[in-house]
Ligand binder design. Structure first.
Ligand code: NAD
Ligand code: USQ
Length: 404
């Protein structure tokens, strides 16, 4: 199948592109390289030494004999360029990773909030609009987030996208309905993924686009079978206070001897998935498209849930690291339970990589190997969620812990 991967130079998009190419699909990467420019803006860089995009692609051709083509297009800004590429390539599928994905970065300043909203919602809407204008029946697979649901329920399992409800008519009859699960975003970034959901629902209904939305948990790990084949194919590993995600940060912090930065009490429970499972999920989603006219197909793309302080204790146990409770820069529930339905991928053959198997390897093979490249000053999370959390504001004016 011909697959266009939007955001194919990023942390998820690169290994997903290699995996699909390795399976024999014809892959075209579209990326505006904004993630690399954001590294420059923040004065940070990947812990792993990632090659430039041209060098990566040449290395893949050399090692696999397979060509991945590349087009530098800003999906949010260059609508005509995107539409023309789609009209020329006429892909069978489009995988959409091309968004600003860091919650702390999205909260840094009014400019960062506005950039994140404009980039993400324009990118998604441009993709949908261009597919319709080009008259294509291309299956769109979007990488969404578990964060659209918020992270708590009244004890029920979070379903895959749609909530069963019963409404009572005027005659007193109880009628079953399914609604898009109510959104409860925890950052401007997460909010853009909620807006994406509405765009998908509309275009699936009005234009009969075939759309799959993958509500993905936090990725951990770095390597996939393909990125391991040559160091020029290595994947990025973010550890800085804006882009580093919690478990990869803890692994890196352990490797450099930095106390593990647990926010607040570390009672936050989140969903996780290994990067190898992510690429396999994208493959499975592509192989199981919705039928024409179906509503948006939503899968929960996660394999296990963990509490942040338990993760820190686990990493400390295997590495000897120390744990530090630091003030939480976010406005989030200090403690939550999280139960998630993830039957669809398991039924379709996903065999998860659990933390218990992969964690130590990750510390040894990635975090310790590249520890000398780390800039420890970039580790603290400095983006705060509210005005009251800005440095210098008395702690008495800070938001009280509450379920949000
Ligand atoms: P990333 O920032 O590493 O990659 C995103 C890529 O998209 C980058 O290469 C960037 O240059 C590109 N991009 C951004 N805006 C673009 C635009 N307007 N036009 C063209 N290219 C653009 O992020 P990632 O970690 O690979 O995440 C990919 C997707 O998966 C995101 O949508 C994110 O929300 C989702 N996701 C990521 C995680 C995670 O833990 N990393 C978890 C759940 C969901
Ligand atoms: N946290 C710490 N210490 C740290 C870093 C984070 O305790 O050093 C805590 C945070 O306060 C938060 C939790 O860990 O409670 C998760 O933070 P994170 O940065 O790992 O994840 P998040 O901001 O939610 O975002 C990441 C990706 C995003 C994706 C999301 C999936 O960056 O693209 O959508 O995970 S989910 O969390 O399921 O919504």
């Amino acid at each position: 199948m011909k697959v266009v991967v939007l955001g194919g130079d990023g942390f998820c998009g690169w290994p997903a592109s290699l995996h699909l190419s390795d399976l024999g699909h014809d892959v075209v990467i579209v990326d505006n390289l904004s993630r690399r420019r954001i590294d420059e803006e923040l004065g940070t860089s990947s812990l792993t030494p990632i090659a430039g995009v041209e060098e990566r692609l040449a290395a893949w051709l050399e090692t696999s004999g397979r060509e991945i083509r590349f087009a530098q297009i800003d999906v949010a800004q260059d609508y005509d360029g995107l539409r023309d590429l789609l009209a020329t390539e006429r892909p069978d599928a489009l995988v959409h990773f091309a968004e600003q994905r860091a919650a702390p970065y999205s909260m840094k300043s009014p400019a960062h909030k506005r950039y994140t909203v404009e980039n993400n919602t324009n990118a998604t809407h441009n993709v949908l609009c261009a597919l319709v204008e080009a008259g294509l029946d291309t299956h769109l697979v979007h990488l969404g987030t578990m964060g659209v649901y918020g992270y708590g329920t009244a004890g029920m399992k979070i379903p895959e996208g749609y909530l069963d409800v019963e409404v009572t008519t005027e005659e007193g009859e109880r009628v079953p309905q399914q609604l898009l699960y109510p959104t409860n975003p925890g950052s401007i970034y997460h909010m853009t993924k909620c807006l994406d959901q509405q765009l998908f629902a509309y275009y699936a209904k009005n234009d009969r686009l075939r759309i799959t939305d993958l509500h993905q948990g936090i990725i951990w790990g770095t390597h996939t079978d393909q990125t391991l084949r040559d160091e020029r194919l290595i994947n990025r590993f973010d550890y800085d206070g804006d882009y580093g995600t919690v478990l990869n940060r803890f692994l890196m912090q352990a490797a450099v001897g930095y106390p593990l930065t647990v926010h607040g009490t570390g009672g936050q429970t989140r969903a996780f998935i290994h990067i190898r499972d992510m690429v396999r999920c994208v493959q499975i989603a592509l192989e199981n498209p919705p039928r024409l006219g179906d509503r948006v197909k939503i899968y929960n793309q996660m394999t296990e849930t963990h509490r942040v302080r338990d993760l820190a204790e686990l990493v400390a146990r295997i590495s000897g690291a120390t744990v530090e409770l630091v003030p939480n820069p976010r406005h989030e529930a200090p403690e939550n339970e999280l139960h998630v339905t993830n039957d669809t991928f398991l039924d379709l053959g996903l065999e998860p990589t659990f933390l218990s198997e992969g964690l130590l390897l990750e510390v040894e093979h990635v975090a310790e190997r590249y520890a000398a490249r780390a800039d420890l000053e970039k580790i603290p999370c400095t983006s705060v969620w509210t005005q009251e959390q800005q440095p210098g504001v008395p702690t008495s004016r800070r938001p009280v812990d509450q379920a949000v």
